[in-house]
Design a protein around this ligand. Structure first.
Ligand code: PEP
Ligand code: MN
Length: 338
């Protein structure tokens, strides 16, 4: 951490910065320039101390980090890329894993038909929401326990591992019996009691990026999961809120590269919630595979026009089949399988 003192800061103010650093067990190095003094705060755990604790001291101009504020999710902590194993599916290996299914589970017929179709075109896992975090309390909230049972039935039928969103820690006891991968939604990325509960559940999880969160905050959230559990964390970029309003969210494709650079965790992309419209989903999905994503999470529905949630961004069966062929070619071009 680098603490830059104001021009004219007193010796006592510099001493107070040094004393605070030493109080945390850090050492310091002083750089006395012609105009101002810069204090380098050194130690392997400086990432765990807020920069505010120094910025608040009298005479301090600015505080800049050198260590990143996340630890367990960082490349420094673990050099080799992590892989998450779900049954016989590996996320973070050479194969790009496609996870597909409806936004909400609506009926046995809907879920089973979708699962069989996406499996036939190469998806390796089934997604489906049973508990839906909707922006309005008057919107469809999901089939809840009945939805979980349908997920289990369709899993038994197809053998596809299943992914579903957990919206509250109290749902954990029931969900662990039905779901192979717990999804933490964008709106819950900073729900720390949920992160702790999911982290200690022993289940792999998909951590969506908060819709207004930086990559750093996302990796800090991953640290909660990793600190509580055994490291089965998959990151999912799903678009962030920007001034652009021609898509539902702005897919931050660069986040794939940023995560690969700074973290060992696998990262997948959800083109559906970013695009918000079925016509744009293939563009974003193709870009994600080209960018090096380890997988995709795609909404597919047998009858999008009558879907109970997110119909506009859901692909039809034929659109999904066509997209999978394109993705196979792109994966091969970047040295991967799909
Ligand atoms: C979903 O996957 O259906 C969902 C609600 O996603 P997000 O949390 O990214 O909005
Ligand atoms: Mn959805």
């Amino acid at each position: 951490m680098i603490v830059e003192m104001r021009q004219g800061a007193t010796q006592a103010e510099v001493q107070a910065v040094i004393a605070r650093a030493e109080g945390y067990g850090f050492s310091t190095q002083l750089n006395v320039g012609t105009d101002k003094v810069v204090v380098a705060v050194l130690g392997s755990n400086t990432g765990q101390v807020s920069t505010d604790n120094f910025a608040v001291l009298p005479g301090v101009e600015s505080v800049t980090r050198i260590m990143r504020p996340y630890k367990l999710a960082s490349h420094e902590f673990k050099k080799e890329p992590s892989q998450v194993q779900v049954g016989d599916v590996t996320i973070g290996g050479n194969r790009v894993v496609v996870i597909a299914g409806p936004c909400s589970i609506e009926s046995y017929e809907q879920l089973s038909a979708t699962a069989r179709h996406v499996q036939s075109v190469g998806a390796r896992m089934l997604r489906g929401g049973a508990f839906k975090p909707r922006s309005s309390p008057f919107s469809f909230q999901g089939l809840r326990d009945e939805g979980l049972q349908l997920l289990a039935d369709v899993k038994a039928e197809t053998g596809l591992p299943v992914v579903s969103e957990i919206t509250d820690p109290h749902l954990l006891d029931v969900m662990v019996d039905y779901v192979d991968v717990l999804q933490i939604g964008a709106r819950n990325m900073q729900n720390y009691s949920l992160l702790r509960a999911v982290g200690s559940s022993g289940k792999p999880c998909i951590l969506k990026r908060g819709l207004a969160s930086t990559v750093t905050e996302w990796l800090q959230a991953a640290d909660y999961l990793l600190a509580a559990g055994d490291g089965q964390v998959i990151l999912c970029e799903r678009g962030i809120r920007t001034f652009e309003d021609s898509t539902r969210f702005t897919l931050d494709i660069s986040a794939v590269g940023v995560v690969k650079r700074y973290s060992h965790l696998p990262v997948i992309v959800d083109p559906s919630h970013a695009a918000g419209h079925y016509a744009l989903v293939p563009t974003l999905a193709r870009a994600a595979v080209a960018a090096g994503a380890d997988g995709l999470l795609i909404e597919v529905h047998p009858d999008p026009a009558n879907a109970l949630s997110d119909g506009l961004q859901s692909l039809t069966f034929s659109d999904m089949g066509r997209l999978m062929l394109e993705l196979k070619a792109i994966a091969a071009a970047v040295g991967r399988e799909l």
